[in-house]
Design a protein around this ligand. Structure first.
Ligand code: AMP
Length: 194
């Protein structure tokens, strides 16, 4: 597994973060969530964070240039050497193309792309549950039905077109994200091997 670089794709609320976390623990891969990085920048009140906040809250996407630069710097950190799971990046075809160029310049490549497929109606159920479980004050500003509608629109229009891009390269694996969490993890382990 050493040096594996895996991309998790799938709609918002589809379980990417949870599953990436599990594989991080099992395989020693570093989970890189661009959403978490942006939220940390917002919390820290950096210039980028201040600019990104309104975009994130609306469910739209932060610009490709910013995201590509952010992930490129992060991949260079020593903790990414054992391998990475990209969670929430790439989000557009230009990001996917830029990632290929960036990785080849670093002497790296993508080993697998996994789509956690979940239909929209199930995501609405999940987001309602997530909102009711998050304590008062812990609810993400982008965790509501109206924003989910916008985020799904963005996902279908801008992110899902990446899937055939990786399909053509023979890298794409589709997993049924509606299975129970442990079953999804087993499927992922089957794909990634030992
Ligand atoms: P996530 O936690 O991955 O759902 O991301 C939350 C929000 O951060 C998204 O709705 C976008 O506004 C922004 N974001 C995260 N990753 C990216 C990316 N790769 N490109 C553009 N915007 C992103």
């Amino acid at each position: 597994m050493k040096g594996k670089r895996v991309i998790f794709m799938g709609p918002p609320g589809g379980g990417k973060g949870t599953q990436a976390q599990r594989l991080e623990d099992k395989y020693g891969l570093k989970q890189l969530s661009t959403g978490d990085m942006l939220r940390a920048a917002v919390a820290a009140g950096t210039e980028l964070g201040n600019k990104a906040k309104a975009i994130i809250d609306s469910g739209a996407l932060v610009s490709d240039d910013i995201m590509v630069g952010m992930i490129s710097e992060r991949i260079d950190q020593p903790d990414c050497e054992p391998g990475i799971i990209l969670d929430g990046f790439p989000r557009t075809v230009p990001q996917a193309e830029a990632l290929d160029v960036m990785l080849s310049e670093k002497g790296m490549k993508i080993d697998a792309v996994i789509e956690l497929r979940v239909e929209d109606s199930i995501l609405y159920d999940r987001i309602r549950k997530r909102a009711s479980e998050a304590g008062e004050g812990n609810i993400r500003a982008d965790d509501n039905e109206e924003t989910l509608r916008k985020r799904l629109e963005v996902y279908h229009a801008q992110t899902a077109p990446i899937l055939p891009y990786y399909g053509q390269k023979g890298l794409l694996h589709v997993v049924d994200g509606t299975l129970p969490m442990d079953a999804v993890t087993r499927e992922l382990e089957g794909i990634l091997g030992e």
